[in-house]
Design a protein around this ligand. Sequence first.
Ligand SMILES: Cc1ncc(COP(=O)(O)O)c(C=O)c1O
Length: 346
Amino acid sequence: MPTVDLRSDTVTKPTDEMRKVMASAEVGDDVYGEDPSINLLQERMAELLGKEKALFVASGTMGNLVSILTHTQPGDEVILEANAHPFHYEAAGAAAYGGVQFYPVLGERGVLKDTDVQKAIRPNDPHYPKTRLICLENTHNRGGGKIYPLNEIEKIRTLADQHHISMHLDGARLFNATIATGIPPSAYCEPFDSVSVCLSKGLGCPVGSVIAGSADWIEAAHQIRKRLGGAMRQAGILAAAGLYALDHHIDRLAEDHRRARALADAISQIPLFEFTPSTVETNIIVLPIHNSEITPEDVVSRLQSEGVLTLPFGPGEIRLVTHLGIDDDDTAHTIQIFQKLFSHEK
Ligand SMILES: Cc1ncc(COP(=O)(O)O)c(C=O)c1O
């Protein structure tokens, strides 16, 4: 049995069909705005996300960084959830390059309510930083692929409007949320001034993210992307993968969700990992380990010795993620390995 890699949905490799469209992509110099594939991807993404304009960027990290820098000035503050990706995993880019301070607020599986956000908004007083931006994540990675309820987002938008604060969506896995709920991407993006979505996660592309917002905002973001060295030349080869994924890899996310739930249903029966499988809403499973003498690293290495790759995910937890490279046989095999290794553990 080959290795089953459940560490992340970033480990996917481009399919043969995707490689073919990449190889034959029409390209030009995107710094001159002349790459037809990049231009088409940006137009299609803007339309899909319900924004005036979109811009291709190298990664989700760059998408969030360009967006935060475009919204803020040095000394400004950004409210985000305490487990948000930009706070944990983006090397403090906003602080390093933008002089921006984060105000992390702990939510429930990554979801903040308007009442939580309200408490973090700074008074209009020279002692305080200016609260400039609220950044939300949908689906929420550390929240175990949790879907952000749209009505909660809308309440936060009402609050943001009262205080003249902008809103950015880290939608690295936005399409997982739209496929799971049936809510169109444009509806999910409507309350936000800007959005970043990733092509290189569930959509299975090798590289790239797209940010979207108003025409003026994208014009400003374009300069910041340049400043960060993110203006690329014949990047249409990458955009072609993105265009292919928009046509072929969005609806199939439902399969990833179905397999994640199948894993959750079976693994949650093992007392060591008992949890409520319905908390798995999309493609991410965070498994609790109910024995403090067994570390996440132990569990990960025992699984690895049987060819199942997973990630330690903080104290007492490991993470599994389903994706394009995982089929029903891989899912069944993974369940078998969990049962073989851990059924008798307490
Ligand atoms: C929610 C979220 N945002 C942003 C990113 C950053 O994406 P990238 O790894 O492409 O920089 C990730 C990556 O896993 C993520 O999970």
